[in-house]
Design a protein. Structure first.
Length: 128
């Protein structure tokens, strides 16, 4: 078998794939509504192929993002808040484009092409 990597390097049986890490600090509750850096933050996050959540496991940050006494914050809730913000932001975008999507589907009768075209800015790609 010949190894022919397109975006990586193979050496001694290991494949090295370049990645880019982006730090996205400052997400606050209701970012999906545009609060804080909300839309900017979520737009950058949506372009990622993967999200790595790093939360303060010591519980030293409250729900508003302020440093507090150790153990008073809730790291599990912090993680859930990030997921909720992303989910609500996507829902807002999909609901905001519902009429446009319906028109495209009725015109083309191809739902996959319509979805791909409408949401390519979010990184949606047509799978082969």
């Amino acid at each position: 078998m010949n190894d022919n990597p397109n975006n990586s390097k193979c050496k001694d049986g290991w494949r090295y794939i370049p990645i880019e890490l982006i730090d996205l600090p400052g997400l606050i509750k209701d970012a999906w509504k545009g609060k804080g850096l909300g839309n900017q933050f979520l737009s950058i996050a949506s372009q990622s192929d993967a999200l790595l959540h790093i939360v303060d496991a010591s519980g030293s940050i409250d729900s508003s993002g302020r440093i507090t006494e150790t153990g008073t914050g809730d790291p599990v809730s912090d993680f859930a808040d990030i997921e909720e913000e992303l989910n609500m932001w996507y829902q807002k975008i999909f609901e905001g484009n519902r009429d446009k999507l319906q028109k495209m589907v009725y015109a083309d009768n191809d739902q996959t092409d319509a979805l791909t075209e409408l949401y390519q800015g979010l990184g949606v790609k047509k799978s082969i």
